[in-house]
Write a protein that binds this ligand. Structure first.
Ligand code: ATP
Length: 255
């Protein structure tokens, strides 16, 4: 599904104090694209994602999915948060099914397929407390996919995980994107992750949050992090941050 984002402005008000978070964010995302968003802390990445998810409708402008303006959360959009938000009292398969019955043959079939897709076979009956962080996040991804969203919105989904698990889940996500042809928007603080996954990397600037640059990444999948063309792309995006206003991000990248 294509997404037309036209956010003219977004502010938060606390009492009479207003924080101007987003200004003139215009972006067209084509069906099947994988957009990664990167930018300094507080520039409004999560706010923008919530607007596209229909979780925040209090802004000036419009967001359209396939030409239809959204006014709240819909079945088209799946949302994956930084923390997995699983129900601790439900097993893996029950969490994935959520409010649908596993006794329904169709639901059972879909849950089994998803367990296979997120590589959790053998853990169907496990409870969240028995899972690693990476496994729990895979359950959360499967749960979001059960509703067959056409758009998946991911807000720093792997940031709490160790580097090895993170790389593994990046590949799981690419598998899903290639198999299901879902339009993806992923917010990250990790430049490597942004370049590894995105068909386009959107670089934001802060105060107010705006698009600084959209860089197309035409490297073929699966991408090789050590390849010179990957490193060149990484450097090119990094240069977009080479201004004082974006220095907090550079610190976060350990550069
Ligand atoms: N519900 C809210 N009420 C008031 N202010 C908010 C609210 N949510 C976000 N903000 C403010 O809006 C700005 C943007 O927040 P947002 O979480 O979208 O940034 P971000 O780019 O995702 O940050 P980070 O990279 O640190 O997660 C911040 O200044 C934040 O304090």
């Amino acid at each position: 599904m294509s997404i037309q984002i036209d956010v003219k402005s977004k502010s938060f008000f606390q009492g009479k104090q207003g924080v101007h978070v987003l200004q003139d964010v215009h972006l067209e995302i084509k069906n099947g694209e994988f957009i990664t968003i990167i930018g300094p802390s507080g520039c409004g990445k999560s706010t923008l994602l919530k607007i596209v998810a229909g979780l925040d409708t209090d802004y000036k402008g419009t967001v359209e999915i396939d030409g239809v303006q959204i006014d709240g959360p819909g079945l088209e959009q799946g949302f994956i948060f930084q923390e997995h938000r699983l129900f601790p009292w439900l097993t893996v398969e029950e969490n994935i099914a959520a409010n649908q019955s596993l006794k329904d043959v169709n639901v059972r079939k879909k849950v089994d397929e998803l367990i296979e897709l997120v590589r959790l076979k053998g853990f169907e009956k496990a409870y969240p407390k028995e899972l690693s962080g990476g496994m729990a996040q895979r359950v959360a991804i499967a749960r979001a996919l059960l509703r067959e969203p056409k758009i998946l919105l991911l807000d720093e989904p792997f940031s709490a995980l160790d580097a090895f698990t993170r790389k593994h889940l990046q590949d799981v996500l690419l598998d899903i994107w290639q198999n299901k042809q879902i339009t993806m928007i992923l917010v990250t603080h990790d430049l490597d992750e942004a370049v590894y996954l995105g068909t386009k990397v959107m670089v934001m600037k802060a105060k107010p949050g705006q698009i600084r640059k959209i860089v197309s990444v035409s490297l073929p999948f699966p991408r090789q992090r050590a390849h010179p063309s990957f490193q060149e792309m990484r450097q090119r995006i990094l240069r977009e941050f080479e201004t004082a206003e974006n220095s907090p991000l550079l610190e976060g990248l350990g550069i």
